[in-house]
Each structure stands twice: as structure tokens, then as C-alpha cells.
Write a protein of this length. Structure first.
Length: 296
């Protein structure tokens, strides 16, 4: 018997940094759902290329015409002498229909609520949110999204894995643009002891199939912070139910090149998480084309 769930799933959003107009347009053209960019003041990348208010207005219009979103960073840790400038900047930014601002500092958060209460607020990774109670606290204050601390990401080093995942995912979405723009979106049901530790969904368009599977709640999943959620010892016999296709379908992980095969279990088609996450803890799967057998 398949266990049913009343859990509602939100479609994951692919958000990409955009240091200038050219990078912003490239990210959107390659399939990003949203971009984030810094203005000329009050963000933590002041040494990098940033957007003027005029460029933010033009970029916002361009992004919205394509059904995408743009977020503006205000993640400076403000001193008293910054406050007046932040208030003035927000009054001008409030006239532009940006989709959210990203903040770190409670004082900047409060200033946004006072000056531009209609703009949604996201909490920056710079705020170093490392536990669920902090997420709950900020949610109660009105934060719409919390970007967790970098210390909780997979890579313990220089962030190359994040760049690699972004590159591979965007490149795949560019190549399969029609699948992601027009394909049917369907959340996938997970079964087993570790079912609550993944988010999975599929895209289907004609014979094209793609499946995305991402772990979550790492602290409950692995014994040591330096460990990765991979292999049978972590995932046991938990699996994802594949609602379309057939037993024997082969899926290639875009990130690793590994092949996983759909199995039959309890009369349903499944992918075992121990095979999906055998060596790498994120999966972007594309179904390989079926080879039709010729009659002799």
C-alpha cells in the first residue's frame, strides 16, 4: 500500500546573483526564476559592480515582462550614520516594484517596515541563521524568506560546489527550456523512514522527464556536521514514487553522470534514495531516451 500525504509542496525557486545588467539578463535567459542584485549603496559587495536606481528600475521592468522576479540586497550592518541614507534610498526604491529586499541588520529591517512596508523582506545569509527557532522568530517579525547561514551548506571549503551546481543546473535548464517553462510540475511522494528528509518534484512534457531531489533537515539526518547525507546507511530503504514511466527507465544525474534505474516495489515504480544519493547529496535527473527493440 502507498501511504498518502496531505502535505502541500511549493515549487522551488532558482535564484541567481546578478552583478550587472548583462549578468542579470544571462541568468534569466538561462532559466533562473529570479535574480538578486545590489544597488549602489548599503550592501556588502560595495567593491563589486552594482546597479544604479535607474538600472534597477529598467531591470525590474525587463524581468517582470518575462514573468520572473528581482530582489535587491540591503544587507549592510548599519551604523548610525548610515540610517539617514538608508531611509532616503528606500523612499526611492519604494517607487520601483521590486519583488523583495534582502536584509541582515534588524535596524535595516525595521527601517524597511517603516518606509516601504509593501516590499517583502528576505533575510540574508549574512544574518547567520543556523537554527529553526531563529527562522521562526524572523517569520513572526514578517520575514517572508530566510536564507540560512553558509555554515549549513554542503561545502566546507571555498564554495566551488555551489558554483558548480548553479552552472550545471542553469545549463540544463537552458538546454531543456521548453520542459521547464511548459512541462507539467508534479511533487513526488517519498516513502520510508527518511521520507520527510527530501523534497522531490518532476517536470513532464511529452516523452521528456526530469526529476529534482534535494535533502533537507540535515541535523536530524546525519550524526556529524562534517558528514554528507549519502549512501545506504543514511537513506536505508526509503524511496520516491515515480508516477509516470515504467520499470527499467534509466535516469542520468546531471551533476555526476551516474545512472539510476526505476525499480518495481509494491506494484509501483520507485527510485531508491540510497541509489540516487550514492555519492552526491543532490540530484537533477534526466530520463534517458528509450531504445526501441527491433523485431528480428
Amino acid at each position: 500500500m502507498i501511504q498518502t500525504s496531505n502535505t502541500s509542496y511549493k515549487k522551488p525557486e532558482l535564484v541567481v546573483p546578478a552583478g550587472d545588467i548583462e549578468k542579470l539578463k544571462t541568468a534569466i535567459e538561462y532559466g533562473a526564476d529570479a535574480v538578486y542584485a545590489g544597488g549602489e549603496g548599503f550592501n556588502l559587495r560595495m567593491g563589486a559592480t552594482n546597479l544604479t536606481l535607474q538600472e534597477i528600475a529598467e531591470a525590474t521592468a525587463w524581468v517582470h515582462e518575462r514573468g520572473k522576479k528581482i530582489y535587491i540586497t540591503l544587507n549592510i550592518f548599519a551604523r548610525n550614520y548610515h540610517v539617514c541614507g538608508i531611509r532616503s534610498y528606500l523612499k526611492k526604491l519604494a517607487e520601483i516594484p521590486v519583488d523583495a529586499v534582502i536584509v541582515s541588520d534588524p535596524g535595516v529591517f525595521l527601517t524597511v517596515k517603516e518606509i516601504a512596508p509593501h516590499i517583502p523582506i528576505h533575510l540574508s545569509t549574512q544574518a547567520n541563521t543556523t537554527n529553526s527557532k531563529s527562522v521562526e522568530f524572523w517569520h513572526r517579525q514578517g520575514v517572508k524568506r530566510t536564507v540560512l547561514a553558509r555554515e549549513l551548506t554542503l561545502n566546507k571549503g571555498d564554495g566551488k560546489i555551489k558554483l558548480y551546481l548553479t552552472y550545471k543546473a542553469l545549463n540544463f535548464r537552458r538546454k531543456k527550456r521548453e520542459l521547464f517553462e511548459k512541462g507539467e510540475y508534479a511533487p513526488l511522494e517519498a516513502i520510508g523512514d527518511k521520507a520527510n528528509h527530501i523534497v522531490a518534484f518532476s517536470r513532464i512534457l511529452g516523452d521528456a522527464r526530469s526529476i529534482i531531489i534535494v535533502p533537507r533537515f540535515f541535523t536530524r539526518l546525519i550524526p556529524q556536521p562534517e558528514d554528507l547525507p549519502i549512501g545506504r546507511e543514511v537513506w536505508g530503504n526509503s524511496y520516491v514514487v515515480i508516477q509516470s514511466g515504467e520499470e527499467g527507465d534509466r535516469y542520468r544525474n546531471i551533476f555526476t553522470g551516474e545512472i539510476v534505474t526505476v525499480s518495481k516495489y509494491n506494484e509501483v515504480n520507485v527510485l531508491y534514495l540510497s541509489e540516487v544519493f550514492l555519492n552526491f547529496p543532490v540530484a537533477l535527473l534526466e530520463r534517458e531516451k528509450r531504445v526501441e527493440r527491433q523485431s528480428p
